[in-house]
Design a protein around this ligand. Structure first.
Ligand SMILES: O=c1ccn([C@@H]2O[C@H](COP(=O)(O)O)[C@@H](O)[C@H]2O)c(=O)[nH]1
Length: 235
């Protein structure tokens, strides 16, 4: 079964909604807790997922000065989560400080350190927006590659990128570096705000270790059926 490669994004506003989805999608083994749910529930949602033996991607996308991201990563690592995110654009010093702090926090709590992964460029940003809104004078694939390389050089375990860039990033960063791809859309799903999508099977074939999929499953009229269709596509 390859559905352990799918991380389902629990983007719901409260604990009640989250528990309903976790119970409904019993065979999902890896859940992503992001800004909306964590801001609402705090660490309680992590305890609930752990009590059900689920793996956890804590996607808080830290972006701040080195001292502050280090403190945040130290604290988050104490929860014993599997994956944790920071924006690569926080810079090299912040990435290095975050890497060390995640190790320290986990050791203090006696848990396994999370894999720390860097956001290269949000999958909701198009090439046009990168150039005209963010004023980045690089082609989008080159920018994503530079961010992934900086993360790798700073000691991080992997990167978040769109499925459209993962093949090139994989080729340069090698097989040991983790690539987690959101912005994944089955052919039958609405793209919403995602600008750089591929289908689940295309993303895996391109070299992603994990896919993050939210609304195509969680906002589907029948989430169990949507999950089953995506799992079958991958199997
Ligand atoms: O570049 C990024 C980084 C993180 N995400 C997160 O992934 C999910 C995607 O949800 P969908 O409903 O499948 O669009 C969401 O939680 C984002 O915060 C991302 O989309 N892009």
């Amino acid at each position: 079964m390859t559905n352990d490669k799918i991380i389902v994004a629990l983007d719901v506003p409260d604990l009640e909604g989250a528990i309903a989805l976790i119970d409904k999608l019993e065979s999902v083994s890896f859940w992503k807790v992001g800004l909306e749910l964590f801001t609402s529930t705090g660490p309680e949602i992590l305890e609930i997922l752990k009590s059900r033996q689920k793996r956890i991607f804590l996607d808080l996308k830290f972006h701040d000065i080195p001292n502050t991201v280090a403190g945040a990563c130290r604290s988050a690592a104490r929860y014993g989560v599997d994956l944790l995110t920071i924006h690569a654009t926080a810079g090299r010093d912040a990435l290095k400080a975050a890497t060390e702090a995640a190790q320290t926090g986990a050791a203090q709590a006696g848990v396994q350190p999370p894999k720390l992964i860097a956001i290269t460029l949000l999958t909701s940003i198009s090439a046009r927006q990168l150039a005209f809104d963010l004023k980045i004078p690089l082609e989008l694939p080159e920018f994503a590659l530079e961010m992934a390389l900086m993360a790798q050089e700073s000691g991080l375990d992997g990167a978040v990128c769109s499925p459209q860039e993962v093949a090139q990033l994989r080729q340069t960063c090698g097989d040991e570096f983790l690539f987690v791809c959101p912005g994944v859309r089955p052919t039958w799903a609405d793209k919403g705000d995602q600008k750089r999508s591929l289908t689940p099977s295309q993303a895996i074939l391109a070299g992603a270790n994990y896919l993050v999929i939210g609304r195509p499953i969680t906002a589907a009229p029948d989430p169990e059926l949507a999950w089953k269709r995506i799992s079958e596509e991958l199997n």
